[in-house]
Design a protein. Structure first.
Length: 446
Protein backbone atom coordinates (compact mmCIF):
# COMPACT_ATOMS: atom_id res chain seq x y z
CA UNK A 1 0.00 0.00 0.00
CA UNK A 2 1.04 3.54 -0.57
CA UNK A 3 2.57 5.14 2.53
CA UNK A 4 0.63 8.28 1.66
CA UNK A 5 -2.77 6.68 2.19
CA UNK A 6 -4.41 8.53 5.05
CA UNK A 7 -6.61 7.38 7.89
CA UNK A 8 -9.64 8.78 6.06
CA UNK A 9 -9.04 6.44 3.17
CA UNK A 10 -7.96 3.19 4.76
CA UNK A 11 -8.99 0.60 7.26
CA UNK A 12 -6.14 0.41 9.79
CA UNK A 13 -5.25 -2.58 11.89
CA UNK A 14 -5.36 -2.72 15.67
CA UNK A 15 -3.02 -4.99 17.60
CA UNK A 16 -5.95 -6.78 19.20
CA UNK A 17 -8.15 -7.72 16.27
CA UNK A 18 -6.54 -6.92 12.92
CA UNK A 19 -9.60 -4.70 12.21
CA UNK A 20 -10.47 -1.08 13.02
CA UNK A 21 -12.06 -0.72 16.45
CA UNK A 22 -15.20 0.58 14.75
CA UNK A 23 -15.40 -2.61 12.72
CA UNK A 24 -14.43 -5.19 15.33
CA UNK A 25 -16.65 -8.22 15.17
CA UNK A 26 -16.43 -11.89 16.02
CA UNK A 27 -15.34 -13.90 13.04
CA UNK A 28 -17.40 -16.97 12.31
CA UNK A 29 -15.49 -20.23 12.35
CA UNK A 30 -15.96 -22.81 9.60
CA UNK A 31 -15.06 -26.48 9.61
CA UNK A 32 -12.28 -28.02 7.61
CA UNK A 33 -13.30 -30.64 5.05
CA UNK A 34 -11.72 -34.07 5.12
CA UNK A 35 -9.58 -35.15 2.20
CA UNK A 36 -11.21 -37.17 -0.56
CA UNK A 37 -9.70 -40.39 -1.90
CA UNK A 38 -6.32 -40.01 -3.59
CA UNK A 39 -6.61 -38.72 -7.15
CA UNK A 40 -9.67 -36.53 -6.57
CA UNK A 41 -9.63 -32.79 -5.90
CA UNK A 42 -10.60 -31.96 -2.33
CA UNK A 43 -11.04 -29.05 0.05
CA UNK A 44 -8.19 -28.63 2.52
CA UNK A 45 -9.44 -25.59 4.41
CA UNK A 46 -12.31 -23.14 4.59
CA UNK A 47 -12.13 -19.73 6.25
CA UNK A 48 -15.04 -17.35 6.85
CA UNK A 49 -15.40 -13.58 7.04
CA UNK A 50 -17.27 -12.45 10.14
CA UNK A 51 -19.88 -9.74 10.52
CA UNK A 52 -18.60 -6.21 9.81
CA UNK A 53 -21.33 -3.53 9.65
CA UNK A 54 -21.31 -2.02 6.18
CA UNK A 55 -21.94 1.53 7.40
CA UNK A 56 -18.99 1.44 9.78
CA UNK A 57 -16.75 -0.04 7.10
CA UNK A 58 -17.74 2.53 4.49
CA UNK A 59 -17.65 5.56 6.75
CA UNK A 60 -14.20 4.64 8.04
CA UNK A 61 -12.96 4.81 4.45
CA UNK A 62 -15.03 7.82 3.31
CA UNK A 63 -16.79 9.53 6.23
CA UNK A 64 -20.45 10.35 5.71
CA UNK A 65 -21.03 8.22 2.62
CA UNK A 66 -23.51 5.83 4.27
CA UNK A 67 -26.22 7.21 6.52
CA UNK A 68 -28.16 3.93 6.87
CA UNK A 69 -26.76 0.52 6.00
CA UNK A 70 -30.15 -1.15 6.67
CA UNK A 71 -28.46 -3.83 8.73
CA UNK A 72 -26.24 -5.02 5.88
CA UNK A 73 -22.76 -6.37 6.67
CA UNK A 74 -19.68 -6.14 4.49
CA UNK A 75 -19.94 -8.70 1.72
CA UNK A 76 -19.52 -8.97 -2.00
CA UNK A 77 -15.73 -8.97 -1.65
CA UNK A 78 -15.74 -12.28 -3.48
CA UNK A 79 -15.93 -10.62 -6.88
CA UNK A 80 -12.29 -11.64 -7.35
CA UNK A 81 -9.15 -12.66 -5.46
CA UNK A 82 -5.51 -11.95 -6.30
CA UNK A 83 -2.37 -12.92 -4.35
CA UNK A 84 -0.98 -10.02 -2.30
CA UNK A 85 2.58 -11.35 -2.03
CA UNK A 86 2.45 -12.74 1.50
CA UNK A 87 1.30 -16.22 2.37
CA UNK A 88 -2.42 -16.25 3.08
CA UNK A 89 -2.95 -12.63 1.99
CA UNK A 90 -5.02 -11.56 -1.01
CA UNK A 91 -6.41 -8.52 -2.73
CA UNK A 92 -10.15 -8.74 -3.28
CA UNK A 93 -12.68 -6.31 -4.69
CA UNK A 94 -16.32 -5.63 -3.93
CA UNK A 95 -18.87 -5.28 -6.66
CA UNK A 96 -21.24 -2.29 -6.88
CA UNK A 97 -22.67 -3.01 -3.44
CA UNK A 98 -25.88 -4.46 -2.07
CA UNK A 99 -28.41 -4.75 -4.88
CA UNK A 100 -31.40 -6.86 -5.75
CA UNK A 101 -34.51 -7.10 -7.86
CA UNK A 102 -38.17 -6.62 -7.00
CA UNK A 103 -41.06 -7.05 -9.42
CA UNK A 104 -43.41 -4.08 -9.68
CA UNK A 105 -46.29 -4.32 -12.14
CA UNK A 106 -44.71 -7.46 -13.62
CA UNK A 107 -41.41 -5.71 -14.34
CA UNK A 108 -38.18 -6.26 -12.41
CA UNK A 109 -36.64 -3.18 -10.81
CA UNK A 110 -32.97 -3.01 -9.73
CA UNK A 111 -32.68 -1.89 -6.11
CA UNK A 112 -29.75 -0.24 -4.33
CA UNK A 113 -30.51 -0.43 -0.57
CA UNK A 114 -27.29 1.43 0.35
CA UNK A 115 -26.83 3.86 -2.56
CA UNK A 116 -23.95 5.67 -0.84
CA UNK A 117 -21.82 2.53 -0.78
CA UNK A 118 -18.54 2.92 -2.65
CA UNK A 119 -16.78 -0.07 -4.25
CA UNK A 120 -13.57 -0.93 -2.42
CA UNK A 121 -10.36 -2.88 -2.88
CA UNK A 122 -10.01 -5.03 0.22
CA UNK A 123 -6.89 -6.79 1.43
CA UNK A 124 -7.61 -9.90 3.45
CA UNK A 125 -5.61 -12.41 5.45
CA UNK A 126 -6.65 -16.03 5.85
CA UNK A 127 -5.74 -17.12 9.35
CA UNK A 128 -6.89 -20.57 10.40
CA UNK A 129 -10.61 -20.71 9.79
CA UNK A 130 -11.14 -16.95 9.71
CA UNK A 131 -10.82 -14.25 7.07
CA UNK A 132 -9.60 -10.91 8.41
CA UNK A 133 -9.78 -7.53 6.69
CA UNK A 134 -6.34 -5.97 7.13
CA UNK A 135 -6.62 -3.06 4.70
CA UNK A 136 -9.10 -1.42 2.36
CA UNK A 137 -8.96 1.27 -0.30
CA UNK A 138 -12.06 3.02 -1.64
CA UNK A 139 -12.35 3.53 -5.40
CA UNK A 140 -12.68 7.27 -6.01
CA UNK A 141 -12.81 9.84 -8.78
CA UNK A 142 -10.02 12.22 -9.76
CA UNK A 143 -11.18 14.68 -7.10
CA UNK A 144 -11.39 11.99 -4.41
CA UNK A 145 -15.16 11.54 -4.41
CA UNK A 146 -16.75 8.09 -4.22
CA UNK A 147 -17.51 6.58 -7.62
CA UNK A 148 -20.51 4.70 -6.09
CA UNK A 149 -21.98 1.60 -7.68
CA UNK A 150 -24.97 3.30 -9.29
CA UNK A 151 -25.97 2.78 -12.92
CA UNK A 152 -24.31 5.08 -15.48
CA UNK A 153 -26.59 5.83 -18.40
CA UNK A 154 -30.33 6.16 -18.82
CA UNK A 155 -31.61 3.90 -21.58
CA UNK A 156 -28.58 1.61 -21.43
CA UNK A 157 -28.21 0.55 -17.80
CA UNK A 158 -30.81 -0.67 -15.34
CA UNK A 159 -32.84 2.07 -13.67
CA UNK A 160 -31.67 2.36 -10.03
CA UNK A 161 -34.29 2.27 -7.25
CA UNK A 162 -34.41 2.47 -3.48
CA UNK A 163 -34.44 -0.70 -1.36
CA UNK A 164 -38.22 -1.13 -1.70
CA UNK A 165 -38.27 -0.39 -5.47
CA UNK A 166 -40.62 2.54 -4.78
CA UNK A 167 -38.42 5.53 -5.65
CA UNK A 168 -36.03 6.01 -8.55
CA UNK A 169 -32.48 7.03 -7.69
CA UNK A 170 -30.29 9.27 -9.87
CA UNK A 171 -27.89 7.79 -12.39
CA UNK A 172 -24.18 8.38 -11.78
CA UNK A 173 -21.78 8.33 -14.78
CA UNK A 174 -18.90 7.68 -12.33
CA UNK A 175 -20.53 4.49 -11.04
CA UNK A 176 -18.66 1.21 -11.37
CA UNK A 177 -19.77 -2.39 -11.01
CA UNK A 178 -16.27 -3.60 -10.25
CA UNK A 179 -15.41 -7.28 -10.66
CA UNK A 180 -11.95 -8.69 -11.56
CA UNK A 181 -8.76 -7.33 -9.98
CA UNK A 182 -5.01 -7.62 -10.53
CA UNK A 183 -2.13 -5.57 -9.13
CA UNK A 184 0.59 -4.29 -11.42
CA UNK A 185 4.30 -4.16 -10.58
CA UNK A 186 4.10 -0.40 -10.01
CA UNK A 187 1.52 -0.87 -7.25
CA UNK A 188 -1.47 0.32 -9.26
CA UNK A 189 -4.54 -1.83 -9.76
CA UNK A 190 -6.50 -2.90 -12.81
CA UNK A 191 -10.19 -3.65 -12.42
CA UNK A 192 -12.93 -4.66 -14.82
CA UNK A 193 -16.48 -3.34 -14.75
CA UNK A 194 -19.80 -4.69 -15.98
CA UNK A 195 -21.52 -1.42 -16.94
CA UNK A 196 -19.37 -0.22 -19.86
CA UNK A 197 -18.10 -2.86 -20.01
CA UNK A 198 -14.88 -1.24 -18.87
CA UNK A 199 -11.25 -1.81 -17.99
CA UNK A 200 -10.33 0.55 -15.17
CA UNK A 201 -6.82 1.63 -14.14
CA UNK A 202 -6.71 2.68 -10.48
CA UNK A 203 -3.88 4.21 -8.47
CA UNK A 204 -2.45 2.56 -5.36
CA UNK A 205 -4.64 4.95 -3.34
CA UNK A 206 -7.79 4.04 -5.24
CA UNK A 207 -8.24 6.97 -7.61
CA UNK A 208 -9.42 6.12 -11.10
CA UNK A 209 -6.63 7.03 -13.52
CA UNK A 210 -8.38 5.97 -16.73
CA UNK A 211 -11.52 4.07 -17.64
CA UNK A 212 -11.32 2.29 -21.00
CA UNK A 213 -14.73 1.73 -22.63
CA UNK A 214 -16.10 0.57 -26.01
CA UNK A 215 -15.92 2.95 -28.92
CA UNK A 216 -19.21 4.78 -29.33
CA UNK A 217 -20.34 4.44 -25.69
CA UNK A 218 -20.57 8.22 -25.31
CA UNK A 219 -20.16 8.25 -21.53
CA UNK A 220 -20.01 11.87 -20.38
CA UNK A 221 -20.03 13.74 -17.08
CA UNK A 222 -17.41 11.60 -15.33
CA UNK A 223 -14.93 12.97 -12.83
CA UNK A 224 -12.08 10.92 -14.32
CA UNK A 225 -10.67 10.34 -17.81
CA UNK A 226 -12.65 8.04 -20.12
CA UNK A 227 -11.01 6.61 -23.26
CA UNK A 228 -12.96 4.77 -25.96
CA UNK A 229 -10.39 2.08 -26.71
CA UNK A 230 -12.37 -1.19 -26.74
CA UNK A 231 -14.16 -2.76 -29.74
CA UNK A 232 -17.54 -1.16 -30.45
CA UNK A 233 -19.17 -4.59 -30.70
CA UNK A 234 -19.02 -4.73 -26.88
CA UNK A 235 -21.83 -2.16 -26.81
CA UNK A 236 -24.06 -5.21 -27.28
CA UNK A 237 -23.15 -6.65 -23.89
CA UNK A 238 -26.04 -8.21 -22.03
CA UNK A 239 -27.39 -6.05 -19.21
CA UNK A 240 -25.50 -6.74 -15.99
CA UNK A 241 -23.18 -9.15 -17.85
CA UNK A 242 -20.14 -7.12 -18.90
CA UNK A 243 -16.54 -7.94 -17.94
CA UNK A 244 -16.15 -10.11 -14.85
CA UNK A 245 -12.86 -11.99 -15.16
CA UNK A 246 -9.41 -10.37 -15.37
CA UNK A 247 -5.94 -11.95 -15.57
CA UNK A 248 -2.43 -10.52 -15.76
CA UNK A 249 -0.04 -12.43 -17.99
CA UNK A 250 3.74 -12.53 -17.51
CA UNK A 251 5.00 -9.32 -19.06
CA UNK A 252 1.99 -7.31 -17.93
CA UNK A 253 -0.62 -7.85 -20.64
CA UNK A 254 -4.20 -8.19 -19.36
CA UNK A 255 -6.92 -10.62 -20.40
CA UNK A 256 -10.56 -9.64 -19.87
CA UNK A 257 -13.43 -12.10 -20.03
CA UNK A 258 -16.89 -11.12 -21.14
CA UNK A 259 -19.17 -12.77 -18.60
CA UNK A 260 -21.84 -13.81 -21.09
CA UNK A 261 -22.35 -13.91 -24.87
CA UNK A 262 -23.20 -10.59 -26.50
CA UNK A 263 -26.84 -9.83 -27.26
CA UNK A 264 -26.10 -9.91 -30.95
CA UNK A 265 -28.20 -9.34 -32.90
CA UNK A 266 -30.68 -9.42 -30.01
CA UNK A 267 -31.25 -10.67 -26.47
CA UNK A 268 -32.75 -13.97 -27.59
CA UNK A 269 -29.63 -14.82 -29.59
CA UNK A 270 -27.37 -13.95 -26.67
CA UNK A 271 -29.39 -15.94 -24.16
CA UNK A 272 -29.24 -19.05 -26.36
CA UNK A 273 -25.57 -18.73 -27.27
CA UNK A 274 -22.64 -20.73 -25.86
CA UNK A 275 -19.97 -18.42 -27.34
CA UNK A 276 -18.44 -15.53 -25.45
CA UNK A 277 -15.23 -13.53 -25.90
CA UNK A 278 -11.86 -12.90 -24.26
CA UNK A 279 -9.84 -9.76 -25.01
CA UNK A 280 -6.13 -9.09 -24.58
CA UNK A 281 -5.08 -5.55 -23.61
CA UNK A 282 -1.60 -4.04 -23.61
CA UNK A 283 -1.12 -1.44 -20.82
CA UNK A 284 1.99 -0.22 -22.67
CA UNK A 285 0.09 0.41 -25.90
CA UNK A 286 -3.17 1.25 -24.11
CA UNK A 287 -5.01 -0.82 -26.68
CA UNK A 288 -6.71 -4.15 -27.25
CA UNK A 289 -4.25 -6.33 -29.15
CA UNK A 290 -6.23 -9.56 -29.59
CA UNK A 291 -9.70 -11.04 -29.23
CA UNK A 292 -10.69 -14.70 -28.88
CA UNK A 293 -13.85 -16.76 -29.23
CA UNK A 294 -14.50 -18.93 -26.18
CA UNK A 295 -17.04 -21.73 -26.21
CA UNK A 296 -18.94 -22.79 -23.07
CA UNK A 297 -19.73 -26.41 -22.32
CA UNK A 298 -23.47 -27.20 -22.46
CA UNK A 299 -25.18 -25.80 -19.39
CA UNK A 300 -26.28 -29.21 -18.12
CA UNK A 301 -22.64 -30.36 -18.24
CA UNK A 302 -21.51 -27.42 -16.13
CA UNK A 303 -24.51 -27.77 -13.82
CA UNK A 304 -26.66 -30.92 -14.13
CA UNK A 305 -29.51 -29.16 -12.28
CA UNK A 306 -29.74 -26.33 -14.85
CA UNK A 307 -31.27 -26.27 -18.34
CA UNK A 308 -31.14 -22.54 -19.11
CA UNK A 309 -28.13 -21.70 -21.29
CA UNK A 310 -28.35 -18.03 -20.29
CA UNK A 311 -27.19 -19.01 -16.78
CA UNK A 312 -23.68 -19.76 -18.08
CA UNK A 313 -21.03 -17.21 -17.09
CA UNK A 314 -17.28 -16.69 -16.97
CA UNK A 315 -16.46 -15.18 -13.60
CA UNK A 316 -12.71 -15.68 -13.28
CA UNK A 317 -9.64 -16.02 -15.46
CA UNK A 318 -6.21 -16.74 -13.96
CA UNK A 319 -2.81 -16.63 -15.65
CA UNK A 320 -0.86 -19.88 -15.17
CA UNK A 321 2.05 -19.17 -17.49
CA UNK A 322 2.84 -17.50 -20.77
CA UNK A 323 -0.37 -17.26 -22.79
CA UNK A 324 -2.09 -19.87 -20.61
CA UNK A 325 -5.18 -19.31 -18.50
CA UNK A 326 -7.52 -21.06 -16.16
CA UNK A 327 -11.05 -20.10 -17.18
CA UNK A 328 -13.97 -20.59 -14.82
CA UNK A 329 -17.32 -21.52 -16.38
CA UNK A 330 -20.14 -21.43 -13.86
CA UNK A 331 -23.76 -21.10 -12.91
CA UNK A 332 -24.74 -19.92 -9.43
CA UNK A 333 -24.59 -23.52 -8.18
CA UNK A 334 -21.64 -25.15 -9.95
CA UNK A 335 -18.37 -24.34 -11.69
CA UNK A 336 -15.69 -25.96 -13.86
CA UNK A 337 -12.14 -24.77 -14.52
CA UNK A 338 -10.54 -25.24 -17.94
CA UNK A 339 -6.96 -24.70 -19.09
CA UNK A 340 -6.77 -22.56 -22.24
CA UNK A 341 -3.87 -21.39 -24.42
CA UNK A 342 -4.18 -18.06 -26.23
CA UNK A 343 -2.97 -19.04 -29.71
CA UNK A 344 -1.89 -16.28 -32.07
CA UNK A 345 -3.85 -17.94 -34.87
CA UNK A 346 -7.06 -17.71 -32.84
CA UNK A 347 -7.18 -13.90 -32.88
CA UNK A 348 -10.46 -12.57 -34.34
CA UNK A 349 -9.90 -8.88 -33.50
CA UNK A 350 -11.09 -6.49 -36.21
CA UNK A 351 -12.58 -9.25 -38.36
CA UNK A 352 -16.17 -9.89 -39.40
CA UNK A 353 -17.18 -11.02 -35.91
CA UNK A 354 -16.48 -7.49 -34.61
CA UNK A 355 -18.90 -6.08 -37.19
CA UNK A 356 -22.39 -6.03 -35.69
CA UNK A 357 -23.93 -6.21 -39.17
CA UNK A 358 -22.40 -9.65 -39.85
CA UNK A 359 -25.19 -12.19 -40.21
CA UNK A 360 -25.36 -14.68 -38.69
CA UNK A 361 -23.38 -13.24 -35.78
CA UNK A 362 -20.72 -15.17 -33.90
CA UNK A 363 -23.24 -15.64 -31.11
CA UNK A 364 -25.77 -17.21 -33.49
CA UNK A 365 -23.46 -19.93 -34.80
CA UNK A 366 -24.38 -23.37 -33.48
CA UNK A 367 -20.86 -24.64 -34.22
CA UNK A 368 -18.44 -21.72 -34.74
CA UNK A 369 -15.46 -24.03 -35.41
CA UNK A 370 -17.34 -25.66 -38.27
CA UNK A 371 -17.81 -22.20 -39.78
CA UNK A 372 -14.09 -21.48 -39.68
CA UNK A 373 -14.00 -19.55 -36.40
CA UNK A 374 -10.78 -20.36 -34.47
CA UNK A 375 -12.41 -21.21 -31.15
CA UNK A 376 -9.96 -21.61 -28.26
CA UNK A 377 -9.20 -25.22 -27.34
CA UNK A 378 -9.60 -26.09 -23.66
CA UNK A 379 -8.90 -28.91 -21.22
CA UNK A 380 -10.88 -29.58 -18.06
CA UNK A 381 -8.77 -29.20 -14.91
CA UNK A 382 -11.41 -29.64 -12.21
CA UNK A 383 -15.17 -29.84 -11.87
CA UNK A 384 -15.77 -27.86 -8.68
CA UNK A 385 -19.39 -28.96 -8.61
CA UNK A 386 -18.12 -32.44 -7.72
CA UNK A 387 -15.79 -31.27 -4.93
CA UNK A 388 -17.46 -31.56 -1.53
CA UNK A 389 -17.28 -28.35 0.51
CA UNK A 390 -17.03 -25.86 -2.37
CA UNK A 391 -19.78 -23.23 -1.99
CA UNK A 392 -21.95 -21.86 -4.77
CA UNK A 393 -21.34 -18.69 -6.77
CA UNK A 394 -17.55 -18.87 -6.90
CA UNK A 395 -16.45 -15.63 -8.57
CA UNK A 396 -12.75 -15.45 -7.67
CA UNK A 397 -9.95 -17.96 -8.21
CA UNK A 398 -6.28 -17.53 -7.24
CA UNK A 399 -3.40 -19.88 -7.84
CA UNK A 400 -1.61 -20.62 -4.56
CA UNK A 401 0.89 -23.10 -6.05
CA UNK A 402 1.01 -25.77 -8.76
CA UNK A 403 -1.43 -27.96 -6.85
CA UNK A 404 -3.61 -25.58 -4.85
CA UNK A 405 -6.27 -23.00 -5.65
CA UNK A 406 -7.91 -20.40 -3.39
CA UNK A 407 -11.57 -19.79 -4.20
CA UNK A 408 -13.78 -16.95 -2.97
CA UNK A 409 -17.56 -16.77 -3.29
CA UNK A 410 -19.80 -13.75 -3.78
CA UNK A 411 -22.37 -13.78 -0.96
CA UNK A 412 -24.29 -10.78 -2.42
CA UNK A 413 -23.99 -8.94 0.92
CA UNK A 414 -26.45 -11.46 2.39
CA UNK A 415 -29.22 -10.17 0.11
CA UNK A 416 -31.90 -12.08 -1.76
CA UNK A 417 -34.24 -10.87 -4.49
CA UNK A 418 -37.86 -10.00 -3.89
CA UNK A 419 -39.81 -7.79 -1.51
CA UNK A 420 -38.95 -10.11 1.39
CA UNK A 421 -35.28 -9.11 1.36
CA UNK A 422 -36.08 -6.45 3.99
CA UNK A 423 -38.45 -6.50 6.93
CA UNK A 424 -41.19 -3.99 7.73
CA UNK A 425 -38.61 -1.67 9.33
CA UNK A 426 -36.44 -1.71 6.22
CA UNK A 427 -33.78 -3.92 7.83
CA UNK A 428 -32.07 -6.74 5.94
CA UNK A 429 -33.40 -10.27 6.32
CA UNK A 430 -29.98 -11.88 5.96
CA UNK A 431 -29.69 -14.89 3.64
CA UNK A 432 -27.17 -16.54 5.95
CA UNK A 433 -24.69 -17.01 3.10
CA UNK A 434 -21.20 -16.07 4.30
CA UNK A 435 -18.11 -14.91 2.43
CA UNK A 436 -15.57 -17.73 2.47
CA UNK A 437 -12.12 -18.50 1.13
CA UNK A 438 -11.86 -22.18 0.23
CA UNK A 439 -8.60 -23.97 -0.58
CA UNK A 440 -8.82 -26.82 -3.07
CA UNK A 441 -6.03 -29.32 -3.65
CA UNK A 442 -5.57 -30.67 -7.19
CA UNK A 443 -3.63 -33.96 -6.95
CA UNK A 444 -2.96 -33.90 -10.69
CA UNK A 445 -1.82 -30.26 -10.60
CA UNK A 446 -2.63 -27.62 -13.19
Amino acid sequence: MSPHTTSRRRVHRTAATGLPLALAAALVAAGTAAAAPSGDAYVTRTATLGDIPLGAFSNTLLPGTVDDDRGVDLGGIGSDIYPAGRKGEYWTVTDRGPNGQIKVGGQKRRTFPVPGFDPAIVRIRVSGDTVKVIDAVPVTTSSGKPVTGLSNQQGRDEVPYTYDAATQLPYNPNGLDTEGIVRAEDGTFWLVDEYGPSLVHVSARGRVLTRYVPRGLGLTGTDYPVVEALPAVLLHRKSNRGFEGLAQLPGGDLVMALQSPLSLPDADAGNASQTTRLLRFSPKRKAVTAEYAYRFDPVNVVDPSEDDTSELKISSVVAVGRDRLLVEERTDKAARLHLVKLRRGADILGGPWDDDTTSPSLEQLDDPAAEGVPVLAKRLVVDLGKVAGVPGKIEGVARVDDDTLALVNDNDFGMTDGAGAFDARGRLVDSGVETTVTYVRLPAGI
